[in-house]
Unconditional design. Structure first.
Length: 256
């Protein structure tokens, strides 16, 4: 994963102002999410213990409202900066890719079909764009929050109990790595099938007169349906495997 971020490091450096704003705001949002539940716990404890006062209740309720509104503001700010930067990457890559296409020789176009090039312009660039946006969001949520929670657990309970509770997650990390490699290969196979389908569509559109002249419409429909079914089968195979992640994660979290 981090190899991918190394390859788009030039974009991150170019848009460092947006990322420097978005990443801290995203982390602050993750931390602020814990405030309303904590305030609710304090409010419930005071009500159950009979120590609640009108002024105290109003203060806690006011803090809950303020923290919730602040969460909305922070969410808006980091999303604007983060996804603006990622969308800029998508636009830049498309422009650079088209410029690259115009400089290639005929040998390049014999090696890569029109469908494959179309797939790279659409699907591949979209994946890179999501990595620069949603990927950064997942890094912040997946790294910062667990570290913060571990620190809180050590400070409020016991470091031995904390280590025992997070030990099963080592299996999750290992399993995610192995599962991710297999899922990537299956999605790659699905993308290759999509390129083959695009090639067929381009050929039929460009040679529509030939297809009609020889009356091969039905045969081309069968070929299209066959390649579309291959894409379906490969996507389903990848989805079924990736769907294993959440049940496994829940089981490990339960054990923890």
């Amino acid at each position: 994963m981090f190899k991918g971020y190394k390859k788009i490091g030039w974009h991150i450096r170019k848009e460092k102002k947006r990322y420097r704003i978005a990443f801290p705001l995203l982390i602050l949002t993750d931390l602020l999410i814990l405030v309303p539940p904590r305030l609710m716990a304090i409010l419930i404890d005071e009500l159950s213990n009979g120590t609640a006062t009108v002024d105290g209740l109003m203060k806690v309720v006011g803090l809950i409202v303020v923290s919730t509104l602040l969460l909305y503001v922070l969410d808006y700010l980091w999303e604007v900066h983060l996804f603006d930067a990622s969308d800029t990457l998508g636009a830049t890559l498309r422009s650079k890719l088209m410029e690259h296409f115009f400089t290639e020789d005929p040998v390049f176009y014999e090696r890569f079909g029109s469908g494959d090039l179309m797939n790279r312009v659409t699907g591949d660039i979209e994946s890179v764009t999501e990595m620069a946006g949603f990927g950064v969001m997942c890094i912040a949520d997946g790294l910062v929050m667990p570290i913060f929670l571990v620190v809180v657990m050590i400070a409020t309970t016991s470091w031995k109990l904390t280590l025992a509770s997070i030990a099963p997650f080592l299996l999750l990390f290992y399993g995610t790595k192995q599962l991710g490699n297999v899922v990537y290969k299956r999605y790659r196979a699905a993308e290759e099938a999509k390129s083959d389908l695009n090639d067929l569509v381009v050929e039929n559109v460009e040679g529509v007169r030939v297809v009609r002249a020889f009356g091969t419409e039905e045969r081309e429909k069968v070929k299209f349906a066959g390649r579309a079914h291959v894409i379906y089968d490969r996507n389903i195979a990848a989805l079924r495997l990736s769907a294993l992640f959440f049940p496994v994660a829940r089981v490990i979290a339960t054990i923890s």
